[in-house]
Ligand binder design. Structure first.
Ligand code: SF4
Ligand code: SF4
Length: 121
């Protein structure tokens, strides 16, 4: 709910199935969803960033407006590949995300990752 992970020009890309799922959730046709909420960068479709520099789906005080169907990348956070691969990156993630238990060791964090610590795209 703090929204730190939803701030800044994010790398929240959406695969085809995710785009359809989110458009349906918002009761939009795919064209309107793509033009209103996404942008293409380097051949990939990303969630737009709003004027406040938060992800366009983030609502202050409420959180993610598409939470039940949010992109897989958001679902994965904070177990991003870099966070489970490198203790220093994980330390920085802890500064940003209060959802990470400060008393947890890096090894235990990696064990809890849905990927079991293996990296994924
Ligand atoms: S889709 Fe939702 S969880 Fe993902 S960055 Fe945007 S507001 Fe945050
Ligand atoms: S606590 Fe972590 S996962 Fe939750 S909104 Fe804040 S940064 Fe994101």
């Amino acid at each position: 709910m703090c929204g730190e992970c939803c701030y800044g020009e994010g790398g929240i890309f959406m695969e085809k199935e995710e785009r359809r799922r989110i458009a349906d959730f918002l009761s939009l046709n795919l064209g309107d969803f793509l033009s209103g909420y996404t942008e293409e960068r380097h051949g990939r479709i990303y969630a737009k960033v709003g004027a406040d520099n938060f992800c366009i789906f983030f609502e202050k005080g409420k959180g993610c407006a598409v939470h039940p169907v949010k992109p897989a990348r958001c679902d994965l956070w904070p177990y991003f590949p870099a966070n489970v691969a490198d203790p220093e990156t994980w330390d920085n993630a802890k500064l940003a995300c209060r959802g990470i238990n400060r008393n947890c060791s890096f090894e235990d964090f990696v064990k809890e990752a849905p990927t079991g610590g293996t990296t994924q795209k």
